[in-house]
Design a binder for this molecule. Structure first.
Ligand SMILES: [Zn+2]
Length: 261
């Protein structure tokens, strides 16, 4: 005898009852099929959710990637700008080098100074050196004949091969100043030059000639300070009018005094 299940469907509005007879084996098979379908459906939903999550993650990564790509492009552009700046700098250096070869230390000194301005330790050293140089210059200036030996006088004769001095036309007995500090190495009559004073400033010597008289302190071996009155304008020696004959001698060689004041 076949084992059967009987399923009856009874509609509310009708008296007609529908009756189905199903083989038990088929019913069981059908029940299993339903179960498996439900399980598979659940697995599918779960996997679908998982895939969706991964998809969302992937979209986020894509967005991040895009952002990074954009930043990368910006960096690339910046690097390329820098490259062109370096190229220009090299060109400028080359141009300046050309000038340097032609001439001046001026550009080099500007370049060096600018370079040092950015390097604090070297700048400090530079400032220190500069200060030392100023002090040295102050000292040097004291023994450097860079002032006029007479005030308000006009030059009556310039320096030349025949006349290695400058003549100042000045009134008789105008004061004559030591143009730098030093030691009086000569004070007396010097033939054609008349009454003459020579002062040694250490390598540089100044000479003042045709004086009418000397200051009482102007004696051989005495020290003269820059700006001291050493004597007075006169007309002694081979001279036709009151004037000061002024020489600067560096290491035994006469130089044009006009280049010094
Ligand atoms: Zn002269």
């Amino acid at each position: 005898m076949k084992k059967l299940y009987t399923i009856q469907i009874i509609p509310e509005d009708s008296a007609q009852v529908k009756t189905y007879r199903i083989n038990r084996v088929w019913f069981k098979l059908f029940a299993w099929l339903i179960c498996i379908t439900v399980i598979l459906f659940c697995v599918f939903i779960w996997k679908f959710a998982e895939i969706n999550m991964q998809l969302a993650n992937s979209w986020k990564l894509q967005a991040d990637n895009k952002w990074l790509m954009e930043r990368h492009a910006e960096y690339e552009s910046a690097f390329s700008d820098l490259d062109s700046i370096y190229a220009i700098e090299t060109q400028i250096q080359n141009i300046l080098e050309t000038y340097l070869e032609n001439d001046s230390n001026k550009i080099r000194s500007i370049l060096d100074k600018n370079r040092l301005m950015h390097i604090s330790s070297q700048k400090v050293q530079l400032d220190t050196d500069f200060e030392a140089e100023i002090n040295l210059n102050k000292q040097n200036l004291e023994v450097f004949p860079n002032m006029l030996p007479v005030i308000g006088a006009v030059i009556s004769q310039h320096y030349s091969e025949e006349h290695k001095a400058v003549d100042f036309a000045a009134a008789m007995n105008e004061p004559v100043f030591a143009t730098a500090s030093g030691k009086v190495v000569f004070a007396g009559d010097k033939g054609d030059l008349g009454l003459t004073v020579e002062i040694d400033h250490g390598g540089i010597t100044t000479l003042y000639a045709h004086l009418s008289r000397m200051s009482p302190t102007t004696k051989r071996g005495a020290n003269a300070r820059k700006g001291d009155i050493i004597g007075y304008v006169g007309n002694t020696g081979n001279s036709t009018a009151a004037h000061l004959h002024y020489e600067i001698i560096i290491n035994g060689i006469n130089v044009d005094p006009e280049k010094y004041f």
